[in-house]
Design a binder for this molecule. Sequence first.
Ligand SMILES: C[S@@+](CC[C@H](N)C(=O)[O-])C[C@H]1O[C@@H](n2cnc3c(N)ncnc32)[C@H](O)[C@@H]1O
Length: 180
Amino acid sequence: MVEPAHKNDPAKAPAGENAQGLREGELAVALPAQFDASLYFIGRIRTPWKRRGDCPKNARGSDAVCTIELDPRWVEGLKGLETVSHVIVLYWMYDARRDLVFQAPRDYREQRGTFALRSPVRPNPIALSVARLLGIEGNRLSIVGIDCLDNTPLLDIKPYFASTDSVPDATVGWHAARKR
Ligand SMILES: C[S@@+](CC[C@H](N)C(=O)[O-])C[C@H]1O[C@@H](n2cnc3c(N)ncnc32)[C@H](O)[C@@H]1O
């Protein structure tokens, strides 16, 4: 878990956060004593963004061309992917705490449950973006449509099937209703 830098020193807490790094309305729980599974990082995502605050808020927030660098051992696994227009990219948002059940995101301070949010703060910080695949050269995939820090670990790549993955009439009530 990423500890707030000011833990044990309340005087250094950023404005609006307490000594535990929590904003008003946020709640942390004790994490389980051990993990249930292991995973392999299969590559890295190279982006222009070095700080969280510089990242786009979501995958549609930037047209920057980014690069997936796949561990060369997995390169045969790309066979057929060159025919795909869009990929689901799963990645590991390592730079986030994992123990919150209530969150009050900085942009709109209303309290929501972690599983009602796309925040990187979650027990398993797995992120998902649907990105346009521009091309593949060896182990490097050029994509548009990602929102992560440079060097973020890659968990998986899957073809996006509009026929089954797209739900055009899906809604998120709290987001539609929120003040802009
Ligand atoms: C709101 S999350 C959405 C992630 C993904 N598109 C999803 O929906 O699962 C995107 C934000 O996570 C933060 N972020 C980006 N890379 C991160 C990383 N490696 N670790 C922790 N947070 C990260 C940035 O603030 C970025 O704007």
